[in-house]
Design a protein around this ligand. Sequence first.
Ligand SMILES: Cc1cc2nc3c(=O)[nH]c(=O)nc-3n(C[C@H](O)[C@H](O)[C@H](O)COP(=O)(O)OP(=O)(O)OC[C@H]3O[C@@H](n4cnc5c(N)ncnc54)[C@H](O)[C@@H]3O)c2cc1C
Ligand SMILES: NC(=O)c1ccc[n+]([C@@H]2O[C@H](COP(=O)([O-])OP(=O)(O)OC[C@H]3O[C@@H](n4cnc5c(N)ncnc54)[C@H](OP(=O)(O)O)[C@@H]3O)[C@@H](O)[C@H]2O)c1
Length: 453
Amino acid sequence: MDGTPTPLRADETRAHDLVGVGFGPSNLALAVALRDAGSPLSARFLEQRDRFVWHGNMLLDGSRMQISFLKDLVSLRDPTSRYSFLSYLHRRGRLQDFINLRTFYPSRREFNDYLGWVAADFADVCGYGVTVTAVEPVRGAGGGLSQVRVHARDAAGRDRSLLARNVVIGAGATPQVPEPFQSLVRSHPVPDGPQDGPLVIHSNGYLAAADALARAGRVAVIGLGQSAAELFLDLHGRGVAVDVIARGPAMRPADSSPFANKVFDADYTGYLYGLPADERAALLRAFHNTNYAVVDPDLIDAIYAIFYQQKVAGAERHAMLTRREVVTATARPDGDGVTLALANLDDGSREERRYDAVLLATGYRRRIHEALLQPMEPWLTGGEVGRDYRLPTVPGCSVGLYLQGCCEATHGLSDSLLSILPIRAQEIATALTAAVPADAQGDTIRMLTSAQR
Ligand SMILES: Cc1cc2nc3c(=O)[nH]c(=O)nc-3n(C[C@H](O)[C@H](O)[C@H](O)COP(=O)(O)OP(=O)(O)OC[C@H]3O[C@@H](n4cnc5c(N)ncnc54)[C@H](O)[C@@H]3O)c2cc1C
Ligand SMILES: NC(=O)c1ccc[n+]([C@@H]2O[C@H](COP(=O)([O-])OP(=O)(O)OC[C@H]3O[C@@H](n4cnc5c(N)ncnc54)[C@H](OP(=O)(O)O)[C@@H]3O)[C@@H](O)[C@H]2O)c1
């Protein structure tokens, strides 16, 4: 509908007002906010995947959103935006059918389709298949810093770079891999991991490996959060025997009750940010069970029913091995799976169990920005990220470095989620517009729609 993709040249020499790292929901929401505001800023987003997809390896049959569709990319900021979920349904000719579903929680597949529908309208400002590798300072004549060079690698392995006055990192997360599995976990999606050997996969790579996993006789799923629950059900549906192995005592429900849910409200961000660090940390701990290591109650019921039915049938295929820690994971010498040594956290006893494959539903780390910004260290004060998501820089540096999705400690539990994307995007868009002098804005790609151009 709008512009066609513009290829990334080897060395773009004119500075963009903004380069966005990653084009998931966070930076997509920012692109939408800039366009909705008719912003004159020139912007370019770089995305390592070859097309838009939202956690594609977890788009499982029957998996649902964990947030109301009203928390789409725009509605909290402007319910009349043409990029709302309702607008998407209308354009797809499904609005009435969706209403008849009587739900606030669409399938993850449908929401992925919605996000992809919006992203298609921004193909002219996103370079796909481009992995950002570093953000480097470019000293001006007077020794100050008003630009950075964003280094990247395209799908063919060629180096590319862009100049930017501001960088917004919205690069998501990397898999958290427990120590015993670090030398075993397969390459996808962990860079530099082994390509062969036993099937040890993080949940982030699940669907790509699902057929191979379906041929496995017995699979261990490590973890007790939403991903573990969804993988258990999916594998059960494929006829695979599953042992769920976790340190916790039981599969527990996510607290999504209305008062607790207020920690995901937009105005909670400012409240939390204003508190001393120890009080913030205490609140994050208190509300941990709204998001982490917890499971949608409907799924818990479904899983419990499966365990009960296998008792009725007298054939206990699956096992729930709680209060167990994986001490070692060893590839079997015959190439036939993995042996896990488990410590029982209640009585200290040890046991060994053999699996054909292991799935790590062990969550994520959000530290991509640290590696990308390492060359910028001399220009960073090391202080806390600002309320406007901008990292504080030393005098002489006018480059804005903004973070999306890795500010949970300062901005709250909504930071890694979709909860307040439109508001955060607007706050960053406002900060960017204020930071770039009007006479320097928009000398390359603009965020205006083709109709406006
Ligand atoms: C399976 C799953 C389901 C979820 N469901 C929900 C839900 O229902 N509701 C909710 O609120 N939250 C949910 N979440 C949380 C999730 O973090 C957010 O939904 C959302 O994806 C955050 O968007 P993001 O753009 O910050 O990160 P991401 O969606 O992770 O996007 C980051 C993008 O940056 C790209 N990237 C990374 N590094 C680079 C690089 N060096 N160069 C270029 N590109 C790069 C990645 O390829 C990716 O496309 C879910 C998470 C998972 C794992
Ligand atoms: N349908 C959906 O919308 C959907 C689907 C999947 C995920 N998600 C979202 O994605 C986010 C992440 O969920 P997640 O389930 O992937 O991760 P998570 O909630 O962080 O849970 C990780 C699990 O792995 C365990 N774990 C972590 N490190 C471990 C280690 N070293 N050894 C053993 N166990 C370890 C944790 O146990 P401990 O408590 O013992 O540390 C926990 O049970 C959440 O926001 C979730 O809502 C959404």
